[in-house]
Write a protein that binds this ligand. Sequence first.
Ligand SMILES: [Zn+2]
Length: 186
Amino acid sequence: MEIRLIGDPVLRKRAKKVEKIDENLKDVIDEMFSTMYLYDGVGLAAPQVGISLRFFIMDSRENEGDSLTANKEKGKKVVINPEIIEFVGEEVSFEEGCLSIPDIFEDVVRPEGVKVRYQDLSGNIIEEELHGYQARIFQHETDHLDGILFTDKLPIVKKARLKKELNKLIEKGKKRALELGEAIKT
Ligand SMILES: [Zn+2]
């Protein structure tokens, strides 16, 4: 799978609700996990691979100090039609990056925790409270479904400093979008 870069219009669209969790979606999600691990990502939202639907995957294990084999499923999630019901705790600053904005890492301020609701791959409705690294990834990935990128959230001074670098990426992303064509529909 090709990762869409900032500048690709699919990353700026509001993604549509997932209506049907079927085999096709499961195959796409398997492929997304392979792609995410290949690029050492901890989260990947559907629009980042050209699919304008409301789902993402995440795997927070490495940063929680769990070896991948020792704690196989903890922190690994498939999140379909997510909603953030409530923000919990203080605003905290934490460094973020994004596979769609390579080589740029900046501190972003967000609430420490979130109460969330979403569907898993079996269609079950899950409600849970997430904190720390998991809450951070969940917020970053949910933003992707609304066309928001983490660089949008930076203070004006930081944005100005990154402008040249971002504009270069945006040009590259636009070009790649033309090569890859329209968003894939599942
Ligand atoms: Zn991202």
